[in-house]
Every structure is written in C-alpha cells, then in structure tokens.
Write a protein that binds this ligand. Structure first.
Ligand code: NAD
Length: 281
C-alpha cells in the first residue's frame, strides 16, 4: 500500500521535502496557512522537476506522475490518514508547539510525527503531545532534493520503533540518516551557526567584505560555499532564530547573535528569499 505523507509548511524546506517524497512514490499533501505560499511551493517543485528533465535525469511523464501524487491544502485536518507528518513551518517555538498540539489531535493513531526544526528541542515539542514516543526530528538539509544528509534527532521519549521507521523512510528517499541526540542545535547547527555568526562579526568589524570573507573560506578551507552566501541561502531570520536557541539553551555568550545579523533581519533583509541579504539577488 502506498504510504501517505503530510508536510506542514510549503516554504523552501517544506516544498523540498514534499518533492523528494512524491519523487520516491509517496502520496503527499503539503499544508500551509495561505494559498499563495502553496502556489509558490508547488511552482518551485515544478521548476526543480523541469531542471531534472533538462539534465536528462527524468522524463516529462515522470514529472506528471510526481505532480499527480502531490496535493495541497490550507486545512490542518488533512494530516488525517498520513503515516508520517513532517512539520517544516517557520522556526518559532510557540508556533511549533501549537502545530504539534493540532497534529496530536488530528493525526491517526500510529502515525509518526516529525519536525524539520533546525534547533528547537524535540523533547519539548514532544511534550506538547500525548504521544511523545512517536515524535522525532527529521532535519533535512537545504536544498532538499540535492543534499544527502538527514539528521535524525531522538527526543528523550522517542521510541526505537519510531526511529526505525524514520530511518527506513530516509533510505527509501536514497538519503543517509545520521542519528543524534536532542541538544540545542543538534550537531549540524551547533557547529555551523557559530561559524556563520563569526563571519557576520567579521563584516560588522570591517575585517573584510562579504565577498572577501566567503572567498577566504571557499579557497582556503575548501568549503563549496562561503558562510555568508550560505546564510543567505538558509535565511537570515532562520539563522538568527537558531542562534537564539543555542544562546538560550546552552547559556554561553559565545553563541550571542551578532548585532548586524539582528539589524538585517529587522530590515527585512532575509537573504535569497527576500532578494537581499549579504548579497542581492
Ligand atoms: P520558510 O520561511 O521558507 O517557510 C516557512 C513556511 O511555513 C512558510 O510558507 C509559512 O507560510 C509556513 N507556515 C507558517 N506558519 C504555519 C502554520 N501555522 N501552518 C502551516 N504553515 C505555516 O522557512 P524554511 O527555510 O522552509 O524553514 C522551515 C523549517 O525548516 C524551520 O524550522 C527551519 O529551521 C528548518 N530548516 C531550514 C533550513 C534552511 O536552510 N532554510 C534547513 C534545515 C531546516
């Protein structure tokens, strides 16, 4: 029987997650608060599928089949019937807590409830539900159709059965799951965000231009992208939210977000998604 997935949030991560599951043969429902967000998410999937056709990685008929497996909805009621619900809404604790209370009320008994959060405690999110054993972190990387890793984060109460199901789903997507424990920022962002933050301090202190800083890291450290270009790709609002979680959760001043990052976010300079960040798009 075809397995069904519901993805909450049609932003850059939500539409990427919906894309890879539909591509792997799952029936997918993508849920967002506004029709405009759903239309934009679906249009991104179409554009990415067309790119794969141009590269001869798939045919037109595959695109039609994949899109045939993808539904969109503005109603949370549509998590009903899903074997796996993946939340990929904006990185905000209270929002995620509310969404998990709704999912807990609506999702089928036995469904796995996953979050794509970059940093918020899986244990705390799980505690908002009456089925903490079924709650787990499935942290996909951006862009989802391209990146190999899924960081799997077990909350304190996550069961072995839930973890095993999620590992199997990742393998069906041809991705590599890596299991880690619940701690602020997990592994990926605990290590990545201090580097991005330090690059922003270098801009603020006038140590170098964004281009110079990124070139040093690309050519000097063999990073495929500089930290500031990567911050623009992730979204500066998301970077700030993750740094706040690291700072609050670990209580060490080394995680304090750079004031220039706060200023950019306050100005609405969020990176690629708003057309301007450390670079203009
Ligand atoms: P985004 O801003 O592109 O998209 C967020 C989406 O959530 C928007 O479409 C918004 O309308 C929707 N949303 C907000 N409230 C909602 C609700 N109540 N119900 C349904 N949808 C709602 O953000 P993003 O970059 O896709 O990030 C989403 C999540 O993925 C965050 O938790 C983020 O930390 C995580 N994440 C992001 C990256 C990255 O590189 N951007 C990487 C890994 C994980």
């Amino acid at each position: 029987m075809t397995e069904r997935i519901a993805v909450i949030g049609a932003g850059q991560m939500g539409n990427g997650i919906a894309h890879v599951f539909a591509h792997a043969g799952f029936e997918v429902t993508m849920i967002d608060v506004a029709d405009a967000a759903l239309e934009k998410g679906r249009a991104t999937i179409v554009k990415n599928l067309e790119r794969q056709i141009k590269k001869a990685l798939m045919e037109e008929k595959d695109k039609v089949e994949i899109l045939g497996r993808l539904k969109t909805s503005t109603s949370m009621e549509d998590v009903k019937g899903a074997d796996l619900v993946i939340e990929a809404a904006t990185e905000n604790r209270d929002l995620k807590f509310r969404i998990f209370q709704d999912i807990d009320r609506l999702a089928d008994v036995g469904a796995v409830l996953a979050t794509n959060t970059s940093s918020i405690s899986i244990t705390e999110i799980a505690a908002k539900t009456k089925r903490a054993e079924s709650v787990i972190g499935m942290h996909f990387m951006n862009p989802v159709p391209v990146m190999q890793l899924v960081e799997i984060i077990r909350g304190l109460a996550t069961s072995d059965a839930t973890t095993a199901r999620v590992v199997t789903w990742c393998q069906l997507l041809d991705k590599t799951p890596v299991e880690v424990n619940d701690f602020p920022g997990f592994v990926a962002n605990r290590i990545l965000m201090p580097m991005i933050n330090e690059a922003v301090f270098c801009v603020m202190d006038g140590v170098g231009t964004p281009e110079a800083i990124d070139t040093v890291m690309k050519l000097g450290m063999n990073h495929p992208m500089g930290p500031l270009a990567l911050a623009d790709l992730i979204g500066l609002d998301t970077c700030l939210a993750i740094l706040e979680v690291l700072h609050d959760g670990l209580g060490d001043s080394k995680y304090r977000p750079c004031p220039l990052l706060r200023k950019y976010v306050a100005a609405g300079w969020l990176g690629r998604k708003s057309g301007r960040g450390f670079y203009t798009y």
